[in-house]
Design a protein around this ligand. Structure first.
Ligand SMILES: Nc1ncnc2c1ncn2[C@@H]1O[C@H](COP(=O)(O)OP(=O)(O)OP(=O)(O)O)[C@@H](O)[C@H]1O
Ligand SMILES: [Mg+2]
Length: 212
């Protein structure tokens, strides 16, 4: 099976890497087989799915990467159509380097405030370095925790000013339901009406990635 490998990375902490990785994987799993490779030693994605009320029926399989990402990818890529790698908040850890070296697509969540964007200047270097080894890598910023349509537009302007890396047209709004999903060990797709708007924006992100 030829699988699509999507790495979710940003050297900055708390920007929504794990939130995006798990919900994205849940959306992809509705299409074809999908697994999350948890490459973060903090193990957030692994802890998330352990909170599921029915552990026998996890939102999406999550495999902790104990050795290298390369080995973890090689072990599962025949089995799954989509591999989503949740990276630790770092640029030069071995896990991030390996994830970026083997990914088809790199998603970089960023918070659309000037201060957060300035703190993300390492992103350009990270993408450049990764692309020199992996020329086919498609990298996109994903605006997260957007407050409103206006904030989305302003965030986009900032992103265009500060970065050469492209941003997806679709981003994620700040919604309490993303925290709820993490607390309940599920994805926004599993929360019915409460998760509807979030699942819809996740679908737009997925459609855009798969078309890119
Ligand atoms: N769109 C959103 N709306 C509301 N809360 C969000 C959203 N995205 C992320 N969060 C919350 O922000 C916090 C940080 O998110 P998350 O853990 O996904 O970031 P991270 O980049 O993986 O962090 P780390 O660098 O520590 O791995 C979490 O409490 C999460 O629930
Ligand atoms: Mg995380």
């Amino acid at each position: 099976m030829s699988s699509l490998i999507i790495a979710v990375a940003n050297q900055k902490g708390g920007v929504g890497k794990t939130t995006l990785a798990v919900n994205l994987a849940a959306g992809l799993a509705r299409r074809q087989t999908c697994v999350v490779l948890d490459a973060d030693p903090q193990g957030s994605a692994s802890s998330w799915v352990r909170l599921a009320t029915k552990p026998s029926n996890p939102v999406v399989p999550v495999i902790e990467v104990l050795a290298g990402v390369h080995d973890a990818v090689a072990a599962v890529r025949e089995e799954y159509a989509y591999l989503v790698i949740d990276c630790p908040p770092s640029v030069d850890s071995m896990q991030v380097k390996q994830a970026l070296a083997c990914a088809d697509c790199l998603l970089i969540p960023v918070l659309p405030s000037p201060m957060d964007l300035w703190a993300s200047t390492g992103i350009e270097g990270m993408v450049k370095a990764a692309s020199s080894h992996n020329p086919g890598l498609r990298a996109f910023l994903v605006l997260n925790q957007i407050e409103s349509r206006n904030a989305m537009a302003r965030g986009m302007e900032e992103v265009f000013r500060e970065f050469t890396v492209r941003a997806l047209r679709n981003g994620l709004v700040r919604r309490a339901v993303y925290r709820t999903a993490a607390l309940e060990g599920c994805s926004v797709y599993d929360l019915g009406r409460r998760g509807e708007a979030a699942a819809k924006e996740m679908e737009s992100v997925i459609t855009e990635i798969l078309a890119a």
